[in-house]
Write a protein that binds this ligand. Sequence first.
Ligand code: COA
Length: 530
Amino acid sequence: MSTMETHSSASFSSYADHMQSLVRDLKKKVSVIIKGGTGYDRHLKAGKMLVRNRIELLLDPGSPFLEIGQFAGHEQYDEPTPAAGVVAGIGLIHQQFCIIIANDPTVKGGAYYPLTVKKHLRAQYIAMENHLPCLYLVDSSGANLLHQSDLFPDKEGFGRIFFNQAKISALQIPQIAIVLGSCTAGAAYIPAMSEQTIIVKNQGTIFLGGPPLVKAATGEIVTAEELGGAQVHTETSGLADYLAENEHHAFNIARHIAYHFNRSTIKIPNINAIQPPKYDAKSLYSLIPDTLKKTYAVQDIILRLVDGSVFDEFKPLYGKTLVCGIATIWNEKIGIIANNGILFSESAQKGTHFIQLCCQQKIPLLFLQNISGFMIGKRYEAAGIAKHGAKMVNAVACASVPKLTVIIGGSFGAGNYGMCGRAYDPRFLWSWPNARIAIMGGEQATNVISTIKENTLKKQNQCWNTEDKMAFRQTLLNQYEQHSSPYYASARLWDDGIIDPADTRDILGLSLLIVKQGPIQKTQFGVFRM
Ligand code: COA
C-alpha cells in the first residue's frame, strides 16, 4: 500500500518551466483551432450559429464536453482545416452521455477531407463501444471533391459512415440528425440514415444532387429550397420528421427527443465530495523531466491522479520497471499499469498477471505509457524476452474490460503495443504535450540505417564521405523529430487528443463514467506462449 510519495518531492523548477512552456504552446494552438475556419464571416452574415455555440445549446447547461480529435487535420492540407472541419465530443443531454458529431461549415463549407472522415468514424466507434446516443449536427457540402480519391471507396472511407449508422441503429443506440445547413450528396445520407431528423426552415437542405448538378444532368432549373428544403422534406418526401423554425427551436426539439430515450441517467459526482489527491495537479509539471533520457518514479505521477493519493501496488518488489496496482479515480475503480523504465521479462509477466486479475474482476485498465521498448541483447533474448513480451501483448489485445491509455512520455516500438497503443483499442487514448511516438527514437533509427547503409557500401568497395554521411543523418534526425511529435500523431488521429497534464485526472474521471455506459464482456484469452 502506498499513500506517500515514493521519491523525493524536490521541485525541479527547470522541469516545471519546460512543461509550462509546452502547455502554453498547446493552449495557443487550441485557441486558434476553436475559432474555426476562414468561412467565419460569411457564416455569421448568413445568420447562422457557430458550431461550438450550437453544441453548447444542445447540451445540458454546465455539461462537460469531452472533445475528441481537436488536432485532427492540423497542418495536414494546403489550407488550415481546424478540427478537420468537424467538432466531436461527449456531453450530457438530460443527464445522459451522448456523442455529438457536428460539421463546421466555416471550414470549406463543412466538406469532408480524408481526416474528417477518419474523425467522424472514430466518433461513431466511440458511440458503438460505449453505447452512446449520436446526435449529428449536419451542415456540410459532402465529400471534398479535391480529395475524393483519398476518401471515397475504401473500407474506412466516406461510405463507412452510413454503414456505421445502420450498425449503430441495430445495436439499439439512438441517432438523431439536426439539419442546420446543406446536406449534399453523401452528406444527405446522414439525416436519411438517422432514426429521427429535424430540419431548420429556410436554412436546411437535403438532396443527392444540388441545383447545378440537376441542371447539368437533366436541364431542370430548380432552387435549393424547392429541391430539398425543410418544407419539401417534412411535408412531402417524409425524409425529415420535424420542422424547426430556427436553430434554437431545432435544439429544443432534439432535447425533447433525447428526453424520451428511456436510458439510465448518470450523475456526475460532486467533485468536491470525492477525496482529491494529496498533491496539487500542477505539481505534475515539476516531476516530468525535460528529456525522455531522464528517468523518474512513475508512482509520483500516479499519486497525483488517484483519489486520496491511495494506490495499492501489486507485486511491488518484482519486475519493478512496470508498476501495477489498483486505485480509484472519481470513485471509480481502475487498474493502473505504468512504465517505470524499460520492459524486462519479469515486468512483462507481472503486467500479464495483473491484466488477468483486472479482467476477472471487471476492473477497467489505465495504461500510463512512457516506454522506450522491451529490453534487447543476447542475455535477454536467450531468457525469452520476445515470448514474455508477447504474453503481455496478447493479454492487452484480449482484455475486454474498458482500456484507457495516456502517453505521458515516450511511446516506442513494441512498448507501444504492450502498453495499449492505438492498435490495441483503448476506449480513449490521450497524449501529454511532451509525448513522443515512433517506432524507435530518432538517434537509434539514424544509427541503424547509417550502419546498414555503410555496410552495403563497404560490400561494394565504396566509402561514404563524412559530409554526405552527416547530411544523411541530419535529414533522418529531422524527419524523426518532426514525425514523433504529439501534434503529428494527433493530426492523424493516432490519439483522441493532447491534454494538459494537470487536466488528466478529470479527463480520466469523465472517461471512466462514459465507458461504464457500455457493457463489459467476459474476457476470453487465447493461448499464451509459456
Ligand atoms: N469540395 C471541396 N470544396 C468545397 C466543396 C466540396 N464539396 N463545397 C464547397 N467547397 C468550398 C468552396 O470552394 C469554398 O472554398 P473557398 O472558401 O476557398 O472559396 C468553400 O468551400 C465554401 O463554399 P461556398 O460555396 O462559398 O459556401 P456557401 O455557404 O455559399 O455554399 C454549399 C455552401 C454547400 C451550398 C456549396 O458550397 C455547394 O453547393 N458545394 C458543393 C456541394 C456538392 O456538390 N457536393 C458534392 C459532394 S459528392
